[in-house]
Design a protein around this ligand. Structure first.
Ligand SMILES: Nc1nc2c(ncn2[C@@H]2O[C@H](COP(=O)(O)OP(=O)(O)O)[C@@H](O)[C@H]2O)c(=O)[nH]1
Ligand SMILES: [Mg+2]
Length: 206
């Protein structure tokens, strides 16, 4: 499946601005600068659908991208940016919490971590926090192209261990530059959307 006809539906700062819950959503979380926008551009084959930046963004927004009128990719505010005030951090956490707590049409969370480093404390907290909302995040390790071949296995193992992933966990090595891992991400998204459709049908038949 290719994700054609992708558009930025809305950039929301508050709950009232979210679009209706008529389509399944897949949310991306990760530190500011980890490569969320680049992943969105990579999987949709678009250069500038999501704005990328080499400097961490300061404005916390939730960006809803709609794909083919069938589902949405939701770009949650990037965390872990040190140079923002406590007030800003609280606002950021509130936005993510609001989204995770109230979005019944959220079917899957994908957490991005930088393949070059061990997950940070922020990464770990985020991962555990998402699980308290009963989602089992897929993990995507970004910027794989920046690693030497000889480093890849050790770094992926470190991510696996730090996040305490298990046998059934999903960890995808990924690069927006080389597009490695792109097919795996597309397939995973396709899979969760199919699963969601099947669940809906079951409920309608009850
Ligand atoms: N080499 C490399 N650079 C990347 C990759 N993904 C993102 N970047 C760069 O990292 C910076 C932040 O990326 P962005 O997608 O804006 O991160 P976001 O803040 O999580 O949305 C930009 O300069 C990107 O070009 C990748 O897979 N490989
Ligand atoms: Mg971004």
């Amino acid at each position: 499946m290719e994700f054609i006809d992708a558009k930025l539906l809305i950039t929301a700062v508050k709950y009232e601005q979210y679009p209706s819950k008529d389509l399944p959503e897949i949310a991306l979380v990760g530190r500011s600068n980890v490569g969320k926008s680049s992943l969105i551009n990579c999987i949709t084959n678009r250069k500038n659908l999501a704005r990328t930046s080499s400097t961490p963004g300061k404005t916390a927004t939730i960006n809803f991208y709609e794909i083919g009128g069938k589902f949405r990719i939701v770009d949650l505010p990037g965390y872990g940016y040190a140079k923002v005030s406590k007030n800003e951090k609280e606002k950021w956490a509130g936005m993510i919490e609001n989204y995770l707590a109230k979005r019944e049409n959220l079917v899957q969370v994908i957490q991005l971590v930088d393949a070059r480093h061990k997950p940070t404390n922020d990464d770990k907290m985020m991962f555990d926090w998402i699980k308290t909302y009963n989602y089992e995040p897929f993990v995507v390790a970004t910027k794989l192209d920046k690693l030497k071949k000889s480093q890849i296995e050790a770094n992926l193992t470190a991510i696996y261990e730090e996040l305490e992933l298990g046998e059934d966990s999903v960890l995808v090595p990924f690069s927006s530059e080389t597009r490695e891992g792109r097919d795996a991400v597309l397939e995973l998204i396709e899979y969760v959307l199919e699963d969601d459709r099947a669940t809906d049908e079951q409920q309608t038949n009850l």
